[in-house]
Design a binder for this molecule. Structure first.
Ligand SMILES: [Zn+2]
Length: 324
């Protein structure tokens, strides 16, 4: 946590982890993702069947760590440096019991583009991996589903004119407001398993000046998906019709993860690297800390939750390795 690692600046923390894991006797590969970014992949033998995994980067700004008896505070406390620490301790504990079919995978840039995960998905070790236990703050519950995220823009065009002669122009902002009102009125389909589909109109831009009929406007929208993207995209197209255009920015579909008996289970609303790590076997998701404090200035993790996570990871790995 002392090494700044905001997305795009993960080089130093990657070198630190490589050196640390090598000092423990792991075989460590740095997988180059860009000039300044490497995924860290570590293993003990030729047949790693279960990988513990999370991301190396944090959201900005860097907040130096502090601690008291109970908690660790600062950027990355729960998202995701605390998780990395608990996974390494779990892996070391498994190793002490003679369990060596395990690996560690730490990716760059999960918080923005998942380019690290996309690169990792092409790594040859992926084919050997049967189960990928990804770590994100799930309050130590086993997340069995996560909503998807569909990011898009709605763009409208009009015709500029002097505002004193509105009949000479056509307002792109008025068109956009009409569309957005229809979006807000629309009931999007929900899903019994994943829950409610929610829509956030996050940005709105347009116009030139107060005395000009605006020729262009746009709104940025994030939909938390509980159904396949197509359903939602079709609905949005029907709303917009020929009043504007939809520009898709990115999309990750809702994902179901492996449920394992004996663990508290729930669905989560955030997205992870998992949709981009499809070659790494069946995905699971579990980590210490709360997503509600991640990305905030008050980010923290309870030390006892990290200790609990170690036990949970150990038990989970053992259970998976004995599953056939
Ligand atoms: Zn995270």
């Amino acid at each position: 946590m002392n090494i700044p690692s905001v997305s795009g600046d993960e080089k130093a923390v990657g070198f630190f982890l490589r050196d640390y894991l090598e000092s423990l006797g792991w075989t460590v590969e740095l997988q180059a993702v860009s000039e300044n970014q490497n995924n860290v992949i570590a293993y003990l033998n030729d047949t790693p069947r279960v990988f513990l995994s999370t991301h190396l980067d944090t959201v900005p700004p860097f907040i130096a760590p502090t601690e008291d008896e109970e908690k660790i505070y600062g950027r990355g406390a729960c998202d995701a440096k605390g998780i990395i620490a608990s996974q390494i301790i779990a892996a070391e504990n498994l190793r002490k019991e003679g369990i060596n079919d395990i690996g560690l995978l730490y990716t760059v840039e999960e918080e923005t583009s998942s380019i690290g995960a996309k690169a990792a998905n092409k790594h040859p070790l992926a084919a050997k991996c049967e189960y990928l236990i990804n770590g994100e703050p799930t309050d130590n519950d086993l997340a069995i589903g996560s909503k998807g995220t569909f990011r898009l823009k709605i763009l409208t065009e009009g015709k500029a004119a002097h505002s004193a002669y509105p009949e000479m122009g056509e307002s792109a902002i008025e068109k956009l407001i009409d569309i957005l009102q229809d979006v807000l009125k629309t009931e999007f389909p929900n899903d019994e398993f994943f829950g409610e589909t929610t829509v956030n109109i996050g940005t709105i831009e347009g116009g030139i000046a107060l005395n000009v009929i605006p020729p262009r406007a746009e709104a940025g929208i994030a939909v938390r998906l509980t159904t396949p993207r197509n359903t939602i995209e079709t609905l949005l197209e029907e709303i917009v019709e020929d009043r504007g255009k939809i520009e898709v920015l990115s999309c990750s579909e809702p994902i179901k993860m492996l449920a394992v008996e004996g663990f508290n289970q729930k669905t989560v609303r955030f997205t992870t690297d998992i949709p981009y790590l499809t070659n790494w076997g069946k995905p699971l998701l579990l980590g210490a800390g709360s997503i509600l404090v991640a990305h905030t200035k008050d980010e923290f993790v309870l030390k006892k939750d990290l200790e609990t996570a170690v036990e949970l990871y150990v038990n989970l790995v053992k259970k998976l390795l004995t599953t056939k």
